[in-house]
Design a protein. Structure first.
Length: 315
C-alpha cells in the first residue's frame, strides 16, 4: 500500500483519512483533536501517527485548534457522534481541555503526546514511536481514571500554588514553543531571582496547614518524568498534597535539585498529605496552575471530580 505524503497543519484541518478496514478488530472511527502549537516541535510524530492509523484501517477526522478553549469545544461536539475514540494530539493543557468535556461521557480518550512535558503520557507509559502510538489507539486496553476540579477548571495530573505557579503564570508561549522544556528552566531561574515568597493557608479535608507552596498531585509525576508523589494513583479517588515547608530562594533551589535527583518526596522540607478536597485559601491573588497552564488566582477550592475519564493505554 503506498505511503501518504507528509501533512502540514493546514492540510489536515477538517481532513478525513480513510482506508478499507482491516480484518483485525479494533477501534476504526477516530476523531483527532490537534493542537498545532503544542505539536510544533513534533509534527513528524503526529503526521506519521496519522499515516499509521490509516494503514490500520481507521477513518480519521482531524480538527485543528486555533484558539484556547477549542479543544474542549471540539471534544464536546464529538461526544455521542459514534467515534470509537477521541484522540488528543497535544500537551497536558490540551488534554486538560478535552477531559473537561469528556469526563462526564462514556467516550474513550487516547493521546498522541506532542506537548512540552507530556506528564500524563509519561505517567501512563505511552509510547513515542508513531507505529506504537497508532497500535495503542486502535488496540490498547482502557483504564478508568479520576481527575480533579479546581474551581471552575479541571486538572488531570496536578494543580499548584507557589513557585511553580508563578513560573507558569509568567511563561511566554512563544518562548515555550521555541525552547520546549528549556523555557521552564529559564522561567525558573528568573523566578529564583525575583521570587517574593508567599505563605499559603491551605485546607486539606478537615485540616488547615501553612506552606510556602504546594502541588496537589493526582498522579505520581510532575514536569515530565519526575516523581513527586510516589504513592499517588490515577485510579484512586484521592490527591496527594505535596507541601513545601521551607522558605526562600535557597530552599527553592534545593527543591529543584532534589526533584531532579528523585529525592524530593523524602526531603525534610516536604510533607505529603492525602486529601480528597480542600482549598488554597490565602493569600488572595496568587497565581494557580493546573496541568502546567495558568488557572486563575487564589482563593480557590479543589476536589475529586464526580465522574471518571476512560483513557486508552498501552498493553
Amino acid at each position: 500500500m503506498p505511503a501518504h505524503p507528509p501533512m502540514t497543519a493546514p492540510a489536515i484541518r477538517g481532513a478525513r483519512l480513510m482506508l478499507r478496514p482491516s480484518e483485525q478488530a479494533g477501534r476504526r472511527r477516530v476523531l483527532v483533536i490537534y493542537n498545532p502549537t503544542a505539536g510544533r516541535r513534533r509534527r513528524k510524530r503526529f503526521s506519521k501517527t496519522l499515516r499509521q492509523l490509516a494503514r490500520l484501517g481507521c477513518a480519521v477526522t482531524v480538527r485543528e485548534t486555533l484558539a484556547q478553549g477549542e479543544a474542549r469545544t471540539f471534544a464536546a461536539e464529538g461526544a455521542g457522534q459514534g467515534y470509537d475514540a477521541i484522540v488528543v494530539a497535544g500537551g497536558d493543557g490540551t488534554i486538560n481541555e478535552a477531559a473537561a468535556a469528556l469526563a462526564f461521557t462514556t467516550e474513550r480518550v487516547a493521546v498522541i503526546p506532542i506537548g512540552t512535558a507530556n506528564v500524563l503520557a509519561t505517567e501512563l507509559g505511552l509510547p513515542k514511536k508513531p507505529e506504537a502510538i497508532a497500535q495503542t489507539i486502535v488496540h490498547g486496553p482502557e483504564r478508568s481514571i479520576h481527575f480533579g476540579r479546581l474551581g471552575e477548571n479541571h486538572f488531570v495530573m496536578m494543580a499548584g500554588v507557589g513557585f511553580d505557579a508563578r513560573v507558569v503564570a509568567q511563561m511566554s508561549t512563544g518562548l515555550k514553543n521555541i525552547l520546549g522544556k528549556y523555557a521552564y528552566v529559564i522561567g525558573a531561574v528568573r523566578q529564583l531571582i525575583r521570587h517574593k515568597p508567599a505563605r499559603f493557608r491551605i485546607r486539606l479535608d478537615g485540616e488547615t496547614v501553612e506552606a510556602w507552596g504546594a502541588i496537589i498531585a493526582n498522579g505520581r509525576r510532575y514536569a515530565g518524568r519526575y516523581v513527586v508523589a510516589p504513592k499517588a494513583d490515577l485510579e484512586e479517588p484521592v490527591f496527594h498534597a505535596v507541601l513545601f515547608l521551607r522558605r526562600g530562594r535557597i530552599a527553592n533551589f534545593f527543591y529543584a535539585i532534589q526533584m531532579l535527583l528523585g529525592t524530593l518526596p523524602r526531603s525534610r522540607g516536604v510533607r505529603i498529605v492525602e486529601t480528597r478536597a480542600g482549598a488554597f485559601e490565602a493569600p488572595e491573588g496568587e497565581p494557580v496552575q493546573a496541568d502546567g497552564d495558568p488557572a486563575g488566582t487564589t482563593p480557590v477550592d479543589f476536589r475529586i471530580a464526580g465522574r471518571r475519564l476512560t483513557i486508552i493505554v498501552p498493553r
